[in-house]
Design a protein around this ligand. Structure first.
Ligand SMILES: C[S@@+](CC[C@H](N)C(=O)[O-])C[C@H]1O[C@@H](n2cnc3c(N)ncnc32)[C@H](O)[C@@H]1O
Length: 192
C-alpha cells in the first residue's frame, strides 16, 4: 500500500500535462513543488506558496539542484492565493496541492490553520479549470490537526455535487491518527 503523498502525486500526474498551470499551496521542503514542476515542464508554471522564509529557501534550493526554473515562489499566507495568481490564469489551473501541518525538520508550532486553509481551498477551487483537481493531505496527529481535518471535511462536503466531486482516502496503515487525503475534481467551470 503506497503512502498518501504518493497517491496524491499519482492522482495529479494522471491529469497534468506539459504547459499546464499548477499550484502548491504549502511548499515546505519543495517535494510537491518539484514534482509539479517536472510534469508541467518548462512551458508550464507552478505557483508555490509558503508562509515561512525557511520553506521558500529550502524549496528554492531543491529546484536549483534539479535545474528547474518554471516555478514562481511566493512567501505569503496562502489565503492570498487568488490575488497572487495572474488573472489570465483564473479558471485555467489544472491542479492545486495542499499538504497541511508543519514544515518537516522545522518549527512544529508554525502550522497551517483551519481558517486560512479553508479560505485558500475555496479560492483555489475558483482558480481550477473544469476537470481540474485539488488534493489536500491533512494530518490528525498534531495539536489542532484533527480540528483542521474536520473543518476541511465539513467545507468540502458542503460543495455543490453538480460542480465538484469529492473523494476521501484514509491511510490504510495501522495509524492511531491516520492522515486523510481529500481529492476534489471540478466538474463544471464557475460560469457553466
Ligand atoms: C507539511 S509542510 C508541506 C510539505 C511540502 N508540500 C513538501 O513537499 O515538502 C506544510 C507547510 O505549510 C506551511 N504553511 C503553514 N501555514 C501556511 C499558510 N497559512 N500559508 C502558506 N503556507 C503555510 C508551513 O510553513 C509548512 O512549510
Amino acid at each position: 500500500m503506497q503512502n498518501l503523498t504518493n497517491q496524491a502525486h499519482e492522482i495529479c500526474q494522471a491529469i497534468l500535462q506539459p504547459g499546464d498551470i499548477a499550484i502548491d499551496a504549502t511548499a515546505g521542503n519543495g517535494h510537491d513543488t518539484l514534482f509539479l514542476a517536472r510534469i508541467v515542464e518548462t512551458n508550464g508554471t507552478v505557483y508555490s506558496f509558503d508562509i515561512q522564509k525557511s520553506a521558500i529557501e529550502s524549496t528554492s534550493q531543491r529546484l536549483k539542484q534539479a535545474e528547474m526554473n518554471n516555478v514562481i515562489l511566493i512567501q505569503k499566507n496562502h489565503s492570498q492565493i487568488q490575488n497572487s495568481i495572474p488573472e489570465k490564469y483564473h479558471g485555467q489551473v489544472t491542479a492545486a496541492m495542499f499538504n497541511l501541518g508543519y514544515l518537516p525538520g522545522g518549527d512544529k508550532s508554525l502550522i497551517t490553520d483551519s481558517s486560512s486553509t479553508i479560505s485558500a481551498i475555496e479560492q483555489s477551487l475558483k482558480l481550477l479549470r473544469s476537470g481540474g483537481l485539488l488534493t489536500t493531505l491533512a494530518y490528525t496527529g498534531h495539536p489542532g490537526g484533527q480540528e483542521e481535518t474536520d473543518a476541511v471535511n465539513h467545507f468540502l462536503n458542503r460543495l455543490s455535487n453538480k460542480q465538484f466531486s469529492v473523494k476521501l482516502i484514509t491511510a490504510q496503515e495501522d495509524h492511531i491518527s491516520p492522515p486523510q487525503l481529500f481529492v476534489v475534481q471540478k466538474l463544471l467551470n464557475n460560469s457553466d
